[in-house]
Design a protein around this ligand. Structure first.
Ligand SMILES: [Fe+2]
Length: 284
């Protein structure tokens, strides 16, 4: 297990990486490690809770666990436990200008667990969608949900960022997160074009499916597909506009028995003076 990090953390360098690539990784942080130690048993309970069995998908190879972690708005999983604090949260405040309580509140974390064999075919998923999951890591942009049989997309959720916190040891072949480097600025460009003549309060009504699919194809052609992986006590931050997905479980992948378990936080922006959708599109 990694111990206290001696890696000096240079927020300027991390910020440069984050705003260029659309993600950055934080070294081992004892404060986060404390939180992880409290969160893991809770996450394991959730995975085995029949109430959450609905989240077990793809032939039992992925527990999607959306909002399955019972944390409060400070991120605490135990009443007397630790809030979500540490390097990554400081970085979010200092470099993204986002303060917890003012600009976002911690939503309930997603407990995302992949198991050997991910993904297996699932009832209700078309062959095309399954192929996309296998070949393209089910790449997507959070917040644009496909709705109806036509899978048309509108801006439904304006997330502030995605924070990924591994709870188990898993190597980089064990269904890691994938991010397309630099994709956030291509998506911003495409969405700026869609929304330029529309007031932010009406963005939710605008069907952006075609623009989204076009830019996604461009991203696959021009942006490097990057594995983003970390160990417990480390974490990573992904830009809210970055295209990302989950890789299939590799043949030689190694992970703990509980699987490749990651908690993702995707808090929504709190609308301030500006509409949250405007911040979603325009903020750095
Ligand atoms: Fe996502």
């Amino acid at each position: 297990m990694p111990q206290t990090s001696s890696i000096p953390v240079n927020f300027d360098e991390l910020a440069e990486h984050f705003f260029t690539k659309g993600w950055c990784r934080f070294p081992f942080d004892p404060q986060l490690a404390t939180w992880v130690a409290e969160a893991r048993p809770q996450a394991c309970t959730t995975v085995n809770d029949p109430e959450f069995a609905v989240w077990l998908r793809y032939g039992g190879t992925w527990f999607a666990g959306v909002n399955a972690l019972a944390n409060d708005t400070d991120g605490r999983v135990d009443t007397n436990g630790s809030a979500l604090i540490g390097m990554a949260i400081d970085f979010i405040a200092r470099k993204l200008g986002l303060e917890v309580g003012r600009d976002f509140a911690w939503d309930r974390g997603q407990v995302s667990v992949c198991y050997p064999g991910y993904p297996q075919p699932m009832d209700g998923e078309t062959d095309g969608a399954f192929r996309y999951r296998v070949k393209r890591d089910a790449a997507h942009l959070d917040g644009l949900h496909p709705v109806g049989a036509e899978r048309r997309r509108h801006l439904n959720e304006t997330h502030a960022f995605i924070l990924g916190i591994p709870l188990t040891e898993a190597d980089e072949n064990a269904s890691p997160l994938i991010v397309w480097d630099g994709s956030h600025e291509m998506i911003r460009e495409a969405m700026l074009h869609c929304y330029e003549d529309v007031a932010p309060e009406h963005w939710v009504n605008l069907d952006v499916t075609d623009a989204y699919q076009t830019v996604r194809r461009e991203i696959f052609k021009s942006c490097p597909r990057t594995i983003v992986q970390a160990r417990p006590g480390e974490c990573y931050l992904v830009h809210r506009l970055a295209l990302h997905g989950v890789a299939p479980w590799g043949e030689d992948a190694k992970a703990e028995e509980d699987g490749r378990m990651i908690v993702y936080f995707r808090p929504e922006l709190i609308a301030g003076e500006k509409q949250s959708s405007a911040s979603w599109l325009h903020a750095p």
